[in-house]
Write a protein that binds this ligand. Sequence first.
Ligand code: UD1
Length: 356
Amino acid sequence: MRIVSVVGARPQFVKLAPIAGAVAAAGHEHVIVHTGQHYDRDLSEVFFSGLGIPEPDEHLAVGSGGHGVQTAAMLAGLEPVLERYRPDWVLVYGDTNSTIAGALCAVKLHLPVAHLEAGLRSFNRRMPEEHNRVLTDHASDLLLAPTPQAVAHLEHEGLGGRTVLVGDVMADACLRARETGRAAGGGAAFAGIEVPGPYLLATIHRAENTDDPERLSAIVDALADLPMPVVLLAHPRLRAKAEEHGIDLVRGALRPSTPLPYAQMIAALDGAAGVVTDSGGLQKEAYLLSRPCTTVRTETEWPETLVDGWNVLTEPAAADFAALATRPAPAVPVGTPFGDGRTAERVISELAGRVR
Ligand code: UD1
């Protein structure tokens, strides 16, 4: 079996790592196509080297741009590549512009396409990620769903016949990275974070939080006012928007840092008292590692994390923002809604069993 993986943005490299391992272990052929959506070393190369992913076979070097320009450049770049390899499966990951471009290009070439992390919904039609998810699911031949909730969303949209519940490949990656970090001494030291005592780990990068200066300012103010150091792993979009609007990231509780490689990021989370974020992946990683998470959004694609108060959705203007962000871990232990950490193997056997 020949699989072409189309990836381009940081969270996709994390999902690719266990898949690449499982494809190699099963002796199949794997072609990795990097669209170039993320091009900063911190967001791209360090993930390939740090997670032991083979170098991409093809790199489209698409770079930044408006949604139309970026997605169109990916489509134009992908078509000759997919035609050349004509794989048994095109595998697309998550919800970025690279995901929709990979799915659309494959469909137009009549190549079978599978969507990993299918069926997630925020029901917020203003998020670019929501358009990408819904359209990719409806275009794909096989929907690899991470949770029963995701399966229910797909069934509701008439896609149950193409859906299979496999678990969440992010659990594979996260639990493995925790072991790597702990074996190397773990925690803040391994992550290179110099904060005495308890700290919170924070990331903010979504367009709906960064692109309106008033909202971004309110979020940064709320973080800076917290009564505990806040290690802010600043995505390039956050840095660019803060600079553009004159919002200072070096004040109060804030300790801005460059984004971390994956194992260091998981170690930083393992050593943190809690998390404040708008990232989908980090909400789930906080849950997997039993760290209370405060999500600066009005909805989440991962409602499983809300159970028993492990994750809480809030707004920067909320009167109890500081109390929520610094709350202790709930007494009730986390569940296992994201599978057993062996999802990648299941994905590969599902694909192999369906080669036409
Ligand atoms: C993208 C995904 C989002 C995912 C996130 C993870 C889409 C629509 N969004 O958001 O779902 O959660 O990746 O990080 O696909 N930039 C750089 N260097 C880089 C990459 C981006 O400077 O390596 C800056 C550029 O100014 C760019 C901006 O960040 O214009 C936004 O990048 P983009 O690729 O559009 O989306 P992300 O915000 O990274």
